[in-house]
Unconditional design. Structure first.
Length: 220
C-alpha cells in the first residue's frame, strides 16, 4: 500500500479491519501492528476490533513501537502471533533504511517469512523507490498493490504499471478517473494467482464501496 502522507492509508486499513471477515481469508484472529510514529487513529482501529469482537474472528491486537528497538525478525515476533495473524508494517521505510539488518528483516517479513507463519501482511509506505531499491523484495513479492492518489508525483503508480507491461497512457486515464471520483481514491493492481485477468486493475474493492474495473490489458 503506497501513497503520500494524509492520503487515506490508515483509514483504508481501518476499513479492511472493519470488514475483515469478508476481505481476508482465512480470517486472522489477531492484529499485530508495527509502527515507528504513534497516531491517534490507532485508537480508532483498536475500538473497531473491540466493538466487533463478539461477531468477528478477529479478537485481539498488539501494537509494537519499533522506533526504539528497531524492526524485529519473525522469530522475535513469534510469541506475538495468533493462529492466523494480520501483520501491518506501517511506514517503517525510513527506520528500515537506517540499518541493513532492518531492511533485511522488513523484506523477509513482507515476503518470505509471511508464507511460513500463516500471516497476511499489509506493507505501508510513502515511496516504493525509497532507499534506491532497498524495498524491491517487498514490492515484487506483493500480490496486491494499492496505490493512492498522488497529485504531485506519479512515478510509483507508473512503475507498478510498467512492471505489469501496461501502457502509461492507459494508466494515466485510470488515474484521472480515480481522482475525479474521490480525493482519497486509489488503484488496486491485483497480482494474485487467484485473480481473473480481466479484473486486474480496479478501485472500490471494499464491501462498502462501488467497484470499478478498468480494462488495461498488458502491451504485448
Amino acid at each position: 500500500m503506497c501513497g503520500p502522507t494524509q492520503c487515506g492509508k490508515t483509514e483504508f486499513i481501518k476499513k479492511i479491519i472493519t470488514n475483515i471477515d469478508e476481505v481476508i481469508k482465512p480470517t486472522p484472529d489477531k492484529l499485530v501492528y508495527l509502527y515507528s510514529t504513534d497516531q491517534t487513529k490507532y485508537d480508532d482501529i483498536k475500538d473497531v476490533i473491540r466493538r466487533n469482537s463478539a461477531k468477528s474472528k478477529l479478537k485481539t491486537f498488539e501494537f509494537v513501537d519499533c522506533s526504539a528497538l528497531g524492526i524485529p525478525t519473525v522469530s522475535e515476533l513469534k510469541n506475538k502471533l495468533g493462529n492466523a495473524t494480520l501483520l501491518v508494517l506501517d511506514d517503517l521505510m525510513i527506520l528500515a533504511a537506517s540499518d541493513t539488518k532492518y531492511i533485511e528483516n522488513l523484506n523477509n517479513i513482507a515476503s518470505r517469512d509471511s508464507h511460513h507463519a500463516n500471516m497476511s501482511v499489509i506493507f505501508v509506505c510513502q515511496d516504493l523507490n525509497y532507499g534506491n531499491g532497498k524495498l524491491r523484495n517487498a514490492r515484487v513479492n506483493s500480490q496486491y498493490h494499492v496505490m493512492f492518489n498522488n497529485y504531485t508525483d506519479l512515478r510509483n503508480i507508473e512503475m507498478i504499471a510498467s512492471n505489469k507491461k501496461i501502457n502509461l497512457k492507459k494508466i494515466h486515464k485510470v488515474i484521472k478517473s480515480v481522482q475525479k471520483k474521490s480525493q482519497y481514491g486509489y488503484i488496486c493492481f491485483d497480482g494474485s494467482p487467484r485473480g481473473y485477468s480481466n479484473t486486474r486493475i480496479r478501485t472500490g474493492i471494499l464491501p462498502s464501496e462501488k467497484t470499478v474495473i478498468y480494462e488495461c490489458t498488458p502491451d504485448m
